[in-house]
Design a protein around this ligand. Structure first.
Ligand SMILES: C[S@@+](CC[C@H](N)C(=O)[O-])C[C@H]1O[C@@H](n2cnc3c(N)ncnc32)[C@H](O)[C@@H]1O
Length: 245
């Protein structure tokens, strides 16, 4: 996969893209990430990329010309998805990450300051993504978050192919709890079932824990899921227990 990032602050990216799994994914040739400065695509002699908003008001607005030119130059006639980081966009989810992980090329545009000229939104981008109902100073941190979530889903990026299958949200549920050595830490013990060696029982326990955790923390996720009769029965039991307390 090829990922382009357009930003006014390229210096923010090397730490995140040069570490851990994102770094290894690039070294393995599974993803190529290119960060470009929108300023380099300005034809203005002062490299100006923003201007005052028509109609007045506070803040500066990202001009359309350098952003259009940047996308047209880096994509060289190809038509990849162009994603605008934007607090007004579609809320980012694991499902969206899975969808984007199937693409061969992606372009991310990071806004800054007050916002961007509306013609960028209307005529250049294919997707607008928000990472939550809050406003950051720029789209760089949101783009890093989305790129991280997407890249780890590219086959071969995670050590064990299966290791994201049980992640929270991938199954529609929150993930079950994890334990590692020691078995007894200051009297706090690892559940017996995990030490039993009985894989079927361990899987059942993990599914129940996953359902319980989702029921307690994110019941909205359960409403969107197709539960098996056994899972429904377990949720009904949780409901009866919580009604008693
Ligand atoms: C200060 S914000 C502009 C907010 C804009 N005035 C508004 O109210 O929608 C500057 C830039 O940060 C990015 N940004 C801020 N919050 C974001 C969020 N929750 N998700 C994605 N991008 C965000 C966007 O690229 C945005 O253009």
């Amino acid at each position: 996969m090829k990922i382009h990032v357009l930003t006014l602050f390229p210096e923010m990216f090397p730490g995140v893209f040069g570490s851990s799994i994102l770094k290894k994914a690039q070294e393995k040739g599974l993803v190529e990430i290119e960060v470009s400065n929108i300023r380099d695509f300005s034809d203005n002699k002062h490299k100006q990329v923003d201007d005052y908003p028509y109609g007045g008001g506070a803040g500066m607005v990202l001009k359309p010309e350098p952003v259009f030119r940047a996308v047209e130059t880096i994509t060289e006639g190809r038509k990849p998805r162009v994603i605008l980081m934007c607090p007004q966009g579609e809320r980012f989810t694991q499902k969206k990450a899975e969808e984007l992980a199937n693409e061969e090329e992606l372009v991310f545009i990071c806004g800054h300051y007050e916002g961007y000229d509306e013609r960028i939104r209307e005529h250049l981008v294919t997707d607008e993504i928000s990472i939550g109902d809050f406003v950051l100073t720029g789209g760089e941190i949101p783009a890093m978050a989305v790129i991280d979530a997407v890249v780890r889903l590219i086959p071969g990026v995670l050590g064990q192919e299966a290791s994201h299958i049980h992640d929270s949200f991938s199954t529609g549920l929150l993930e079950h709890p994890h334990y590692t050595r020691p078995q007894d830490f200051r009297g706090m013990k690892v559940p017996d079932v995990l030490l039993s060696g009985n894989h079927q029982k361990i899987e059942e326990w993990r599914m129940e824990q996953s359902l319980k955790r989702t029921f307690e923390r994110r019941p909205d996720l359960l409403e969107q899921m197709e539960l098996t009769p056994k899972q429904k029965e377990f949720i009904e039991m949780l409901k009866r227990n919580s009604a008693k307390t």
